[in-house]
Write a protein that binds this ligand. Structure first.
Ligand SMILES: NC(=O)c1ccc[n+]([C@@H]2O[C@H](COP(=O)([O-])OP(=O)(O)OC[C@H]3O[C@@H](n4cnc5c(N)ncnc54)[C@H](OP(=O)(O)O)[C@@H]3O)[C@@H](O)[C@H]2O)c1
Length: 282
C-alpha cells in the first residue's frame, strides 16, 4: 500500500484529498497546524523520516489573501518557505510532492486563459508567496507536481455559495463584482483529479479547475438560479467599488492543457455548481 502525507489536512481541500486518497487505497497520514507546523523544518523532516511516504500533498497555507497583503512576511514564511520545507523533507526520503498553487501567480491582465508554462507575475503578496512556493519546490525536488487551481468551493469552511444563498434567504442586498473572472472549482472534482495525477507519475506543472470561466457576478447568478431564486436581484459592481487590502487578478483563468494531455479533465463549472447546490443548499 502506498503511503501519503497530507499537510493542511483539516482545511477545505485537505479533507477532500485525504478522503480521495483513502478511497484509492493509500495509507494516509493527515496533519494540520496543531500536529505539524510546516514552517518548522526540523519537525517536518522528522515526520517525513518516520513515515517515509511515497507522496506528500501540501494543502497547508495561509489562505487569507487580505491578511497576506497586510503581512507579506508571514505569507512568505508559511506559504513560500513552508512549502519548500515540505519539498526538501520529501526529497530527503525520495518521496514525490504535490504543491497546491493558485491562479493568483498570474496578474490577470491577459484576456486569454493562462497555460501552464506562461510567464507568471503575481499581482499581490498572496500570489507572490504561492509563486515563491512553486519556485522553491521545483528547485529542491525534481519529482514534483505543481497544481494551480482557483475559487474552491465545498460544504465546509468559507463558502461563496452558502454566503450568496444565506444572503438571499435573509433578504440582504447582494452586490457582486463583474470584473473578476476565473473558474469556480468543486473540491470533490479537484481531489479526484489530484489522485489521478499522482497515480500517473507524470511530474510537472498543471492547471486543474472545473471547465469554463465566469465573473463572480455570473457565479452568484448561477447559484441563485440553481436554487430556484430566479427573481432575487444582484447589483453588479466593480472591483473598484469593493476596496480591499489585496488586489485580485482581474482575469486569471487557467487553461487545463497539461493534465488534459494525459486524459485528466474536470466537468464544466456550471454542472459542478448545480450538483453542489442540489446536495448542499441550506
Ligand atoms: N480556497 C481557494 O479558493 C483556493 C484557490 C486557489 C488555491 N488554493 C490553494 O489550495 C490550498 C488549500 O486551500 P484551502 O482552501 O483548503 O485552505 P484552508 O481551508 O485555509 O486550509 C489550509 C489549512 O492549512 C492550515 N495551516 C495554516 N498554516 C499552517 C502551517 N504553518 N502549518 C500547517 N498547516 C497550516 C490551516 O490551518 P488554520 O485554519 O488553523 O490556519 C488550514 O487547516 C492552499 O495551498 C491554497 O493556497 C485555494
Amino acid at each position: 500500500m502506498k503511503k501519503a502525507i497530507v499537510t493542511g489536512a483539516d482545511g477545505l481541500l485537505g479533507r477532500r484529498v485525504v478522503a480521495a486518497l483513502r478511497a484509492a487505497d493509500y495509507d494516509v497520514t493527515g496533519v494540520d497546524l496543531d500536529t505539524l507546523d510546516i514552517t518548522d523544518f526540523a519537525a517536518v523532516r522528522r515526520m517525513f523520516a518516520d513515515i517515509a511516504p511515497d507522496i506528500a500533498i501540501n494543502c497547508a497555507a495561509w489562505t487569507d489573501v487580505d491578511g497576506c497583503a497586510r503581512d507579506p512576511e508571514r505569507a512568505l514564511r508559511v506559504n513560500g518557505y513552508g512549502a519548500q520545507n515540505v519539498a526538501v523533507a520529501s526529497a530527503l526520503v525520495s518521496s514525490a510532492v504535490v504543491q497546491i498553487s493558485s491562479n493568483e501567480v498570474f496578474d490577470g491582465q491577459q484576456t486569454a486563459p493562462y497555460r501552464e508554462y506562461d510567464d507568471t507575475r503575481a499581482a499581490n503578496p498572496y500570489g507572490y508567496s504561492k509563486l515563491t512556493a512553486e519556485r522553491g519546490v521545483v528547485a529542491v525536488n525534481p519529482r514534483h507536481f505543481i497544481v494551480r487551481t482557483a475559487w474552491l468551493f465545498d460544504e465546509n469552511g468559507r463558502n461563496f455559495i452558502h454566503a450568496i444563498l444565506n444572503a438571499a434567504q435573509s433578504g440582504k442586498p447582494l452586490r457582486v463584482v463583474t470584473d473578476e473572472v476565473a473558474t469556480p472549482t468543486y473540491n470533490v472534482d479537484l481531489a479526484t483529479a489530484l489522485v489521478a495525477l499522482v497515480d500517473s507519475g507524470r511530474y510537472g506543472v498543471y492547471h486543474l479547475t472545473n471547465g469554463g470561466a465566469c465573473s463572480r457576478y455570473d457565479f452568484a447568478r448561477h447559484v441563485l438560479d440553481c436554487a430556484g431564486w430566479h427573481d432575487t436581484p444582484i447589483t453588479p459592481i466593480t472591483l473598484a467599488d469593493w476596496p480591499r487590502d489585496s488586489t485580485p487578478p482581474p482575469h486569471a483563468v487557467l487553461a487545463n492543457t497539461s493534465a488534459a494531455a494525459i486524459g485528466i479533465t474536470l466537468r464544466d463549472w456550471q454542472s459542478a455548481v448545480a450538483d453542489f447546490v442540489r446536495q448542499h443548499a441550506p
